[in-house]
Design a protein around this ligand. Structure first.
Ligand SMILES: [Zn+2]
Length: 378
């Protein structure tokens, strides 16, 4: 099947996500999503035709016309999200209400026929007699600079991929639509549908881990920019000099806050003899090993200053923190909060900061939500 053009019309996906926890009638949907009655009628009609929504018995109250509550049919269709790591792939099969049907992990080697390995992982799910025929599409979340419009991984140092057209090659081999995005932006789509987007139309998602990424939601849409690659927050320069960054420059946010940046500085300061893995760094911080909490507090300050700059420009009111390095957040947070408070101009309301519980399946669930966002576009 040829790759679909990258189109996103989130309204149907937003309706399904909003109805996930409880039934609502059309007027309530219109009010919550700020839409006109005709728009809601049109989208819900199509979702009922598809079998994704059903009407419940009308509720009669007072003198007006009875209201018909609508309910998601969660198992009417599934979306498959894959998070691609340098050594494994994690897959999550999700219901229409975002609930998880199944998850799996399989080994992955990015240097050896990656498309063939990904296709095999997807084909196993599609062949499952219990669930396969209900899979609407497949979403991939990949670390690096990804252009979701062409489906190309422009640059992923962790995978060792440059200019690799993963999505078109995979879409040719599979019978359902395939979507791809950067891992942080995939999770940002998930946040928009099932998380921060329930309360905010404009917000940031800050992903901390082996890099620092930012998802930007403005007016309930994920901002990707004309080249599809917006959000390279990790390479925001923070001042002259500074530690070396993977991009070849010095003093980027990544060089201070990404796990390799923190590990490199811990060695450079003589705190540890060799670069510590993330869990070891967390253990050293928890044990209050000399200098480690100071290192993390300073990293939090650098991160907070850079975030304050973005908040001042975009005037968003909420920021959600995700990613593997959330385990370091207790030590990054004091410096982070201090510099956000000092850096955000007084004319803006206080930034609402949420730390999202995180595990390895987070970006895979985000990738599954890409499918909902794009495959229901019409
Ligand atoms: Zn850099």
């Amino acid at each position: 099947m040829p790759p679909p053009p990258y189109r996103e019309d989130l309204v149907k996906a937003e309706i399904l996500a909003m109805l996930g926890p409880r039934p609502l009638n059309r007027s309530q949907i219109a009010a919550r999503l700020g839409l006109g009655a005709a728009t809601v009628s049109e989208h819900t009609r199509r979702l009922i035709e598809l079998g994704f929504l059903r009407e419940l018995p009308p509720e009669v109250s007072g003198r007006g016309r009875p209201k018909v509550p609508l309910q998601v049919v969660p198992d009417a269709a599934y979306t498959l999200g894959l998070r691609v790591h340098p050594d494994h792939v994690l897959g999550v099969l999700a219901r229409l209400d975002g609930g998880e049907v199944a998850r799996f992990t399989r080994p992955f080697s990015p240097g050896h026929d990656p498309v063939g390995q990904l296709a095999a992982a997807c084909e196993d799910v599609l062949r499952d007699p219990a669930t396969g025929s209900r899979v609407l599409g497949i979403g991939l979340a990949v670390p690096g600079v990804i252009d979701p419009g062409t489906g190309t991984v422009r640059l992923s140092p962790r995978m060792g991929w440059t200019g690799l057209a993963v999505q078109p090659a995979l879409a040719e081999r599979l019978p359902v639509p395939v979507l791809i995005d950067n891992d942080t932006r995939a999770s940002t789509t998930g946040e928009l549908l099932y998380g921060t987007g329930r309360d905010h139309d404009d917000f940031l998602v800050l992903a901390i881990g082996d890099g620092v990424g930012m998802g930007i939601v403005l007016g309930r849409r994920v901002h990707r920019g004309p080249d599809g690659v917006a959000g390279e927050f990790g390479h925001v320069p923070t001042g002259p000099g500074g530690p070396p960054c993977v991009c070849g420059r010095r003093g980027c946010v990544d060089a201070y806050v990404a796990d390799y940046g923190l590990a490199g500085q811990a060695v450079a300061r003589g705190l540890v003899p060799a670069p510590p893995p993330l869990e070891e760094l967390r253990r050293l911080a928890a044990a209050d090993a000399p200098g480690v909490r100071d290192l993390l507090a300073e990293a939090g300050e650098v991160l907070g200053r850079a975030v304050a700059g973005v908040v001042n420009v975009l005037a968003v009111r909420a920021l959600t923190v995700i990613g593997e390095s959330h385990v370091l957040w207790p030590y990054l947070a004091p410096g982070f909060h201090r510099s956000v408070e000092a850096g955000v101009i007084a004319a803006l309301p206080e930034l609402e900061i949420t730390l999202r519980p995180w595990d390895d399946s987070g970006h895979a669930r985000g990738a599954a939500s890409l499918v909902l966002a794009a495959s229901l576009a019409s």
